[in-house]
Design a binder for this molecule. Structure first.
Ligand SMILES: NC(=O)c1ccc[n+]([C@@H]2O[C@H](COP(=O)([O-])OP(=O)(O)OC[C@H]3O[C@@H](n4cnc5c(N)ncnc54)[C@H](O)[C@@H]3O)[C@@H](O)[C@H]2O)c1
Length: 273
């Protein structure tokens, strides 16, 4: 019998970094399919705000929020234990938490010459090691239950190198120009390795592991940045936040039941140009 492809009525989905810009979009995507939601982040106020927004849009959806720091194994294990204690089984994990470099806040310290390994380490602890630790804890239980889907939120920079001309500021000498930091490329490329490793590791346990790689998502970027990046994209524009919904719904649900280890690149064609 063919399962109902997009029905997540009896499923529970946990999102890390759920209080951020895209976290709420992933939550809306899964709420549309009737999944129970477990929203986790380190920002309690924003989590509660988002819970309210979901309740307004989807009053029938069960939403739980937890402070969970993905850099702390203790914090992840504590939430996992609590969920087991209240008989909640996590079917879908979205590894979305990250420390994102904000373009407008970057300066020459973002250059390789000034690389701070402490900063690199702390970004990796959230974006890469955090995803590994959450996958280890929740994925292991999924493997025991022989059912689960893990989605790693990577980036188009998991498959291409940043084009540093995007970040250039006129009138500043080359050696002082800001750049997209190397940490971002390492983390996002690393997530694809993590995705492939875990996909084969748990393939016969019916735990699927895939990645979604969005291009730049429009979020009130300055006009010059938007113009420059749009010129690098065959579709000629940045991504809208709701344009990741279909990918999340597809990978989380039975619609993708024979897909594992893949990287869905949603970048308006930027990486093929
Ligand atoms: N926004 C984009 O244009 C874009 C493009 C491609 C990929 N992505 C990726 O999508 C994901 C979400 O991006 P976003 O734009 O929503 O970022 P965001 O900065 O708005 O959200 C990230 C969230 O992660 C949380 N976080 C930080 N450290 C944490 C920790 N130690 N434990 C738990 N949570 C922690 C933050 O509190 C925040 O709520 C990231 O992985 C990002 O790299 C974003």
């Amino acid at each position: 019998m063919i399962p109902r492809l997009f029905d997540m009525n009896e499923k529970t989905s946990l999102i890390t970094g759920a209080a951020g810009f895209l976290g709420i979009r992933h939550a809306f995507a899964l709420a549309e399919l009737n999944s129970t939601l477990i929203l986790t982040d380190i920002d309690e106020d924003k989590l509660l705000e988002i819970k309210k927004q979901i309740f307004t849009e989807f009053p029938k959806i069960n939403v739980l929020t937890f402070i969970m720091d993905v850099t702390s194994t203790e914090s992840i294990e504590q939430i996992s234990k609590h969920l087991r204690d209240i008989s909640i089984k996590v079917d879908v994990l979205i590894n979305n938490a990250a420390i994102n470099p904000v373009e407008s806040e970057l300066d020459f310290h973002s250059r390789l010459e000034y690389l701070s390994t402490t900063e690199l380490q702390s970004e990796m602890n959230v974006g890469l090691i955090g995803a590994l630790q959450c996958s280890k804890v929740f994925g292991q239980t999924m493997a025991e239950n022989r059912q689960g889907s893990i989605i790693n939120i990577a980036s188009d920079l998991s498959v291409i190198s940043p084009n540093q001309s995007l970040y250039k500021i006129d009138g500043i000498e080359e050696s002082k120009q800001r750049v997209k930091p190397i940490s971002y490329s390492i983390i996002k490329t690393g997530l694809i390795g993590l995705t492939r490793y875990l996909a084969t590791y748990w393939a016969t346990s019916n735990v699927r592991v895939n990645a979604v790689s969005p291009g730049g998502v429009f979020n009130d970027h300055d006009k010059e940045f938007e113009k420059r990046i749009s010129q690098l994209i065959p579709m000629g524009r940045m991504c809208f936040d709701w344009e990741l919904t279909g990918a999340v719904q597809y990978l989380a649900s039975n619609a993708s039941s024979y897909m594992t280890g893949q990287n869905l690149v949603i970048d308006g064609g930027r990486s093929i140009w």
